[in-house]
Design a binder for this molecule. Sequence first.
Ligand SMILES: [Mn+2]
Length: 575
Amino acid sequence: MNYKLIGSNDTNNIIKTVLNNRGIEDWKGYINLSKASRDTYEDLDNIAKAVFAFELHYGQKHPMAILVDNDVDGICSGTLMYKFIKALDPNYDVRMYVHRKNKSHGLDGDFDIDDDIKLLIVPDAGSNDVEEHKRLYYDLGIDCLCLDHHQVTVDTSDSPAIIVNNQMSDKYVNKGCCGASVTLEFCRALEEYYWEYACDNLLDLAAVANVCDIMPITEFETRAIINEGLANINNKMLQQIIKAQDFSMKGIVSPHTVGFYVGPLINAFIRMATYEERKLLVRAFCEDESETFSYTKRGESFPTEENIYEHVVRLMKSYKGKQDRQRQSALPTLVNKGKECVGNVALIDATGILDTALTGVVAIKVSEALNMPTLLLQKRNDKTYGGSGRVFDNCPVEDFRSLVDECPYTTLAQGHPGAFGIEIPAENIDAAREWLNDKLSGVSMDKIYHVDFEVDATDLSIPMFQVLDQSKTLWGHNIDEPLFAIKELHITAENSRICGKSQNTIQIYDDVANVKYVMFFCDGEGELYQWINNNWGDSEAVITVIGTLGLSSYEGKLDSQVIIKDARIERTIQN
Ligand SMILES: [Mn+2]
């Protein structure tokens, strides 16, 4: 274990230091963001045209349809649009379309359009589907409105569709927002046009979509929507999901908890559920309570009735469980295959062992288990393999993607430095393995933690723990919770112990600073674990700890607590 201090180490201004370290200069402005802005929609290209097209059909009560894309952003933006139209007119004929296949994206034609539809709204997708725009407009007489945030890679100049897309709008500042944000902007424009203000109640959908689409929460506008939306979860389906995950979320609805416990549940469902079930999910988001469901609990002989939210959440949990089990059963096989790899990089063929939809999520676990940068491959056809590249957290190889991209034997490495998609010709795999190992030979794979603060254990003070406890909802993707390197922590047989049902928790109590330390899910082989486990005498160890700070509540009393991520023994003292 190693660590590197980033930034100014100013423990008197913890939040300022952390936000500065994350690239945010106006840190006060950032933490005081509450209201999302109401007038940025004017900067989107084609927004006036979009309002005009909407009114053209709305004014004549033409039936409209919304095509729901297959991810959290797709479902949230579709629901937002639907709810807004229903706020304008509760009886308006607007229909939700769902793709028959669960991997479809955009206007790829695997959905049916009713003959009477005159306007098709496509949130979170569709900008690039020019041929389909033409077919809809010229062959079927349907106007198409895309409310999108994806990069446009084709020439759209002769498309008859109306495309509202933040990436294509030079004046629009926020390039890092999701489809639901663009949809929200369109609804803001409609608000002004119709003098019917309904968007404020729909920000929860935009907030959850931004978090789950992994948009940078460092963008002020995105952050404002997240703050306002997560503070007011109105959607009943979202409420039920959060209720079901309360054991993990502990009452905190933040970018971190939503990203970890809400998104994966919805995504597991979308990936694995049937067409009929996915239609049910859309109805639940749209709060259609017209149907109830009956279900017989295990061990009971009579069915109980459940509402649509309870029903869908139960299906979600069962699909998530199935996905977790698939993942867990494949993991040991893949890790064993990885152990056969010599050198510093694991290239593993997962064909037939793992569902291709799970390659990315499993690759990170394999990389963690092997402590090696990992390429998890799946055979696409006789000539090509595709897959995912991942590095374990705090891996010293900071830009694995660039390295794989540079490798002359790979044909694609696209995404983020530590998480990306790859493509490699079958005949090149051995050469690629050799090339990558050569590049990384001699590189130590010891974890390097980037810490915001480096302090002595005796320097920890209660206000630090309080400030961080109050800031719990700040953390998420791009705004990671700060890590502390805490030095000179003295442990003895008296103040440290191994506990827990599975004997895998370490507890340390520092009675000088009055701070509790706890490390969960410890590796029994770890240096600290071994020392505590074998120390019965009066020897003492001085350790450095990497951890996060917060308050824990026990029997109504709040304690300062450090959650240990890693630790290193610096020296031992024989008393
Ligand atoms: Mn999206």
